[in-house]
Ligand binder design. Structure first.
Ligand code: MTE
Length: 317
């Protein structure tokens, strides 16, 4: 059963106490499993007890597309972009096991009342976990439908206590040459930094993912936590975040530094604005043969178009 804003959950669906407690216990297990990933040196085969998975509130938030078949897990873990581990689609699955995700912490700095550090054990307990089925549209033209596990990014942002000067927020990925071989090579201006306007980051669709498919995030998909902004091209969602920095001016990001004409700051999915080297009108869902039409804001226009009212869409590519 899926719910949207137009179709809110009936009172009977609001989390009962038993489920809430099961979820809390899952949170603890999630923390424990992250630790286990390091101990075993294997971040791929982690599973969670099925009863705990079944109890997550699940939300389908792709209102403009009735075809919401989830992309197979095996595909999503084996085809992706994590350039710190190499340029090919299978570089992440081949090389990301080198990354140690425990211990892990996130430093918060810049325009905040006080700089601080969050440890992953605390981050997983900040807010109740929920599952969000979102479409991920990569700027290169492929897409996937992924059930993420996590909570709204706003929950973390609020606890960072940004000051009134904080107009933008940067997310920095880990860039450790010991663990991430390609950060030794200046193929991109490392570290991988992506950024959002504060109101985008606080939007209820913006998500902090700690898992997917009912499991802890595999390393190659951005363990132990990543940003997911479903109405933007996938590159806006930094993986394996180690720093959150609040700033007053619109910052440069890894992609605006690398190629400003190809990758704008906003990068909202827009089928009418081609990339300089290819059209963005169509996409191919991983595992499918035929292409399908790309939707404005990746299908989330009803919920997010208002964020850009009055702005020229050519400036929000
Ligand atoms: N984050 C980091 N740190 N490094 C990356 O190379 N690639 C981005 C984004 N986040 C990337 C990243 C791009 S281009 C996409 S499309 C998505 O991650 C891919 O996510 P997936 O591999 O989990 O499908």
């Amino acid at each position: 059963m899926f719910f949207s804003r137009a179709n809110p959950p009936p009172p009977s669906e609001i989390t009962p106490q038993g489920i809430y407690l099961a979820r809390r216990s899952f949170l603890n297990k999630l923390g424990a499993l992250s630790a286990g990933a390091l101990a075993s040196g294997n971040a791929f085969g982690l599973t969670l007890p099925a009863p705990a998975n079944a109890n997550f509130p699940k939300r389908q938030l792709n209102p403009q597309d009735s075809d919401t078949r989830v992309t197979p897990y095996s595909t999503v873990i084996s085809y992706g972009n994590f350039y710190e581990f190499g340029p090919d689609k299978d570089s992440p699955i081949r090389n990301a096991h080198r990354m140690r995700t425990d211990p892990w912490s996130i430093v918060v700095e810049g325009e905040v009342s006080a700089a601080k550090t969050f440890h992953i054990e605390d981050i997983v307990k900040l807010a109740p976990l929920e599952e969000r089925i979102y479409r991920l549209r990569c700027v290169e033209g492929w897409s996937a439908v992924i059930p993420w596990l996590g909570y709204p990014l706003a929950e973390l942002i609020k606890r960072c206590n940004p000051t009134g000067n904080a107009k933008f927020v940067e997310f920095w990925s880990l860039a450790d040459p010991e663990q991430m071989p390609y950060t030794r090579i200046p193929v991109l201006p490392w570290p991988y930094i992506e950024a959002l306007r504060i109101d985008e980051a606080m939007h209820p669709l913006s998500f902090l993912a700690l898992g997917m498919y009912g499991k802890v995030l595999p390393n190659q998909n951005g363990a132990p936590l990543r940003v997911v902004i479903p109405w933007k091209y996938g590159f806006k969602g930094a993986k394996s975040v180690v720093k959150i920095r609040f700033v007053e001016q619109q910052p440069q990001t890894i992609w605006t530094k690398a190629s400003p004409k190809e990758y704008g700051f906003y990068s909202n999915v827009n089928p009418d604005i081609p990339h300089p080297r290819w059209s963005q009108s169509y996409e191919r869902r991983l595992g499918e043969i035929f292409k399908r039409k790309t939707l404005p804001f990746n299908g989330y226009a009803d919920q997010v178009a208002g964020l850009y009212a009055g702005m020229d869409p050519r400036l929000t590519f």
